[in-house]
Design a protein around this ligand. Structure first.
Ligand SMILES: NC(=O)c1ccc[n+]([C@@H]2O[C@H](COP(=O)([O-])OP(=O)(O)OC[C@H]3O[C@@H](n4cnc5c(N)ncnc54)[C@H](O)[C@@H]3O)[C@@H](O)[C@H]2O)c1
Length: 262
């Protein structure tokens, strides 16, 4: 049993190597800074190399340890090569945060197949590729591991603010991918959980934040009456990554201000 010695140690991540996809922006950036503050060596992975480097510098300036790599999670060969290289640089891999995600908001009748495929490849296939690569490494070494996926309140909802079929569908898929891998890999000591955020103040929802009417609707749909901040999602990830959640797997933790409780 991975019992920590003190209550505080239940949340510490000292010497853990934490890979964060989409770590160059929004929730991923907040997670990188918070995981580093809890003692982890953070590996920032993003298709935007400059953004990944910038977050890496922010972590270092705050006194943390980080490395940055350019990675498009939809590129199988790149996932294999970059994970291998990043494991060499960081000295291993303990926690994978599948956070990269995109949204293409269009009415279903106007959504091009290439846009549908793009969202599926980032939001779903990317999670599969990165999780499979991490699990091969853990199982090959007989090492424990933890995966944290980024689902959404839209995993459980048909939406309503704007048409977004590929996002709602793929985020629903993330929930059952989480449960399925949790069951399959539990015997290998690998835990797989997810967070399901409400609307979070990041570039992903800039068009919504620019629309006062939409913001009022969001507030009225959310019992706590506001957007989430990226750090509020990152802190849920901290719980799911460490000893505090050692008996938790296959779970989706809503960070939603009560949206799903209504
Ligand atoms: N912001 C929200 O309201 C909200 C709500 C629920 C869930 N989420 C989910 O949280 C996650 C992070 O979203 P965010 O709001 O921080 O978005 P964001 O757009 O601010 O950041 C996403 C990051 O992922 C990177 N990225 C995109 N495609 C990639 C790819 N193929 N390979 C590697 N990196 C890639 C981007 O470069 C960017 O740095 C996503 O999975 C998103 O669906 C966001």
């Amino acid at each position: 049993m991975p019992h920590a010695k003190t209550p505080e140690a239940m949340f510490r991540l000292d010497e853990k190597r934490v890979f964060i996809t989409g770590g160059g922006g929004g929730i991923g950036r907040a997670a990188a800074l918070m995981f580093a503050a809890f003692g982890a060596h953070v590996v920032v992975l993003d298709r935007d190399a400059a953004a990944a480097e910038a977050v890496c510098r922010e972590v270092a300036n705050a006194g943390g340890a980080a490395s940055a790599f350019a990675l498009d999670v939809t590129d199988e060969a790149a996932v294999l090569a970059v994970f291998a290289q990043a494991e060499r640089v960081a000295g291993g891999l303990d926690v994978l945060i599948n956070n990269a995600g995109i949204s293409i908001r269009r009415p279903s009748t106007e959504l091009a197949l290439e846009d549908w495929n793009r969202v599926v490849s980032v939001n779903l296939t990317g999670l599969f590729l990165c999780s499979r690569t991490a699990a091969r490494s853990w199982i090959g070494r007989g090492a424990p591991g933890a995966v944290i996926n980024t689902a959404s309140i839209m995993s459980y909802s048909g939406g309503g603010l704007h048409p977004n079929i590929s996002y709602q569908t793929t985020k629903a898929g993330v929930v059952n991918l989480t449960r399925t891998l949790a069951v399959e890999w539990a015997g290998n000591g690998i835990r797989v959980n997810a967070v399901a955020p409400t609307w979070v103040r990041t570039p992903l929802i800039e068009p919504l934040m620019a629309d006062a009417g939409q913001m009022n609707t969001i507030r009225s749909l959310t019992p706590l009456g506001r957007l989430a901040e990226p750090e509020e999602v990152a802190s849920a990830m901290i719980f799911l990554a460490g000893p505090a959640s050692a008996m938790t797997t296959g779970h989706v933790l809503a960070v939603d201000g009560g949206y799903l409780a209504r």
